[in-house]
Ligand binder design. Structure first.
Ligand code: G4P
Length: 538
């Protein structure tokens, strides 16, 4: 009897359902077109019929104060939606992160819950800073990356230059999967290098509806285009150079995030999106087993389990409520299921879970590996918390990311030291901020570290409104931080250096702060980069 024959009907259902899921997150630098592309994916995926509303919503989202007010007005859907859409029997879960220009740990953590990353690059700019940071997390998790080069309707790098830019900046192999026919003002369509079809496309007013498309074979399409003879010839040569590359792409390298298929297009004008979405569902990874704390893979068809990858607190200031977002790692979720929280053993009935699409909240009745459910935190959930129904497990999957911005803080009212520590401890547990002892510090000052500068505004605001504690914030000029291995030699060597400062986080883990990039480089030379950690397992 084969292994599948021994599986129960429910296990088979779980495996089938998991195969239909594509859970992904977008990695990009602000302005590359993430919001526009998200909306167009919903348009092409059939979840919306006309584009326009998401971008409007985003326009209100830049300032921290606006964001927090909106968040209170509308609840979690503004900043934390998981966008779900279904096309050709495939269920897509886009783990949407806030649309702020600012960068936060939330953005990085979302990638831990994703099975695939969609990398969006602005053709004029190539790979930019925030994309590189997000890429680091993909690299650590070895998840597949699919690239969309956006804004091909604008002047920018030539397609071959984009390919080498990705390879040089990220050190991965970039494999063309589609190719633009003309670029900049001459951009007229996309050649599908896999299906060998040329899609000539027409701009739609504001890109609100799908682009009108005529499909040709290569030569017919080139002749039907309005390119100059010179550009037609150049296009033929480029296609000749790139057309077999996808066939030769090493699948293993792709699945481990070491090679990325590259699609070209324009999200604004809806060019290249039909080709992209067709292959995206084939290429994107369905849910894979996560390794538990003992590094053993948890099969998808085991009992229900998941982990919290995101928390969103105080949607309603009258109740200290907080939503926990849970990525399902195995089993079937059913409404009212009773789960156990693996750290405390606390049992919780999941009676108010919902899935979010835009502003709507729909109560979710059933969900499978790859899906995300959220529920109001019963109190003890933290980022990284594992829950399970009847088949115990613990995951240790959420890393902490070293902060890049630092501020010293103290209370305006000297009698509120206790609230300061309590409040910051709570915010640190939610993953809003890192809290450290000030190196050689005196008095009631603490050192705060964040991945994005906007997080300080959130801390100040929440300490004031939730803990009735006003903060003095003073900037400090640390350049970078790294967690340390527990080798005492390493610590001694670093302590002796003038421009490095060893301190502890609130859990007592040692961390070193550097005054400059130069100090960091020197420390790497002195103690070895392998002893200085950018990520720490929580
Ligand atoms: P983000 O979420 O990554 O920050 O980027 P977003 O989608 O907001 O896009 C940033 C800007 O780039 C927007 O212009 C958007 O219209 C434009 N854009 C996105 N895709 C394309 C494209 O394919 N071609 C061109 N030419 N532009 C594109 P904006 O002026 O900031 O906003 P808006 O006035 O268009 O709303």
């Amino acid at each position: 009897m084969s292994k599948t024959d021994t599986k129960t009907k429910q296990q088979q259902e779980i495996i089938e359902e998991a195969k239909r899921r594509r859970t992904f997150a977008i990695i990009s630098h602000p302005d590359a077109g993430k919001t526009t592309l998200t909306e167009k994916l919903l348009l092409y995926g059939g979840a919306i019929h006309e584009a326009g509303s998401i971008r409007q919503r985003k326009a209100n989202r830049y300032a921290a104060s606006d964001w927090m007010a909106i968040e209170k007005d509308r609840g979690i859907s503004v900043t934390s939606s998981v966008l779900r859409f279904e096309k050709d029997d495939i269920k897509f879960n886009l783990l949407d992160t806030p649309g702020h220009k600012d960068f936060s740990e939330d953005t990085l953590r979302t990638l831990v819950a994703a099975d695939t990353a969609l990398m969006v690059i602005d053709v004029a700019k190539g790979v930019e800073e925030q994309t590189e940071k997000l890429f680091e997390v993909c690299k650590m998790r070895e998840i597949p990356i699919i690239t969309f080069v956006n804004k091909c309707d604008r002047p920018g790098l030539e397609p071959l230059e984009v390919i080498s830019n990705i390879e040089n900046q990220l050190g991965i192999e970039a494999v063309p999967a589609s190719w633009p026919l003309g670029y900049g003002r001459d951009f007229q369509g996309i050649y599908d290098l896999i299906g060998k079809e040329l899609h000539l496309q027409k701009k739609e007013e504001h890109g609100a509806k799908k682009a009108e498309t005529e499909v040709y074979d290569l030569e017919e399409g080139i002749e039907a285009s309005h390119l100059s003879d010179y550009d037609k010839e150049k296009f033929r040569e480029e296609v000749l150079l790139t057309e077999d590359m996808m066939d030769m792409m090493d699948e293993e390298a792709f699945l481990n995030g070491k090679a990325t298929p590259v699609f070209f297009g324009s999200a604004l004008n809806n060019f290249g999106l039909d080709v992209f979405l067709e292959y995206f569902s084939e290429l994107a990874n369905p849910p894979q087993p996560y390794a538990d704390e003992n590094q053993e893979d948890r099969d998808l068809d085991r009992g229900f389990s998941g982990f919290v990858f995101k928390m969103q607190a105080n949607m309603n200031p009258d109740h200290r409520d907080c939503a926990a977002f849970i990525r399902i790692t195995s089993g079937k979720f059913e409404r009212n299921i009773e789960v156990t929280e693996s750290n405390t053993g606390q049992k919780v009935k999941m009676s108010t879970p919902h899935t979010l699409m835009g502003d709507e909240r729909n109560i979710l009745e059933e969900a499978y590996p790859g899906d995300v459910v959220s529920l109001f935190n019963p109190g003890s959930f933290r980022i990284g918390t594992t829950i399970y129904s009847d088949d115990p497990v613990k995951f240790d999957v959420i890393p902490l990311f070293t902060p890049e911005h630092f501020m010293k803080c103290s209370t305006k009212d000297p009698f509120k030291r206790k609230q300061l520590r309590e409040g910051l401890k709570q915010l640190a547990e939610e993953g809003v901020v890192h809290v450290f002892e000030v190196p050689n510090g005196v008095g009631n000052e603490l050192l705060l570290g964040t991945v994005g500068a906007l997080q300080f505004d959130v801390v100040e605001h929440r300490m004031k409104t939730e803990y009735n504690t006003e903060l003095h914030m003073n900037s400090v000029s640390y350049h970078a931080a790294r967690w340390l291995s527990d080798d005492p030699d390493v610590m001694d060597k670093l302590k002796s250096s003038y421009s490095t400062h060893v301190t502890k986080d609130m859990e007592g883990h040692p961390i070193v702060l550097f005054d400059s990039g130069y100090a960091l480089n020197q420390a790497e030379d002195k103690v070895g980069a392998e002893n200085l950690f950018k990520f720490k397992q929580s």
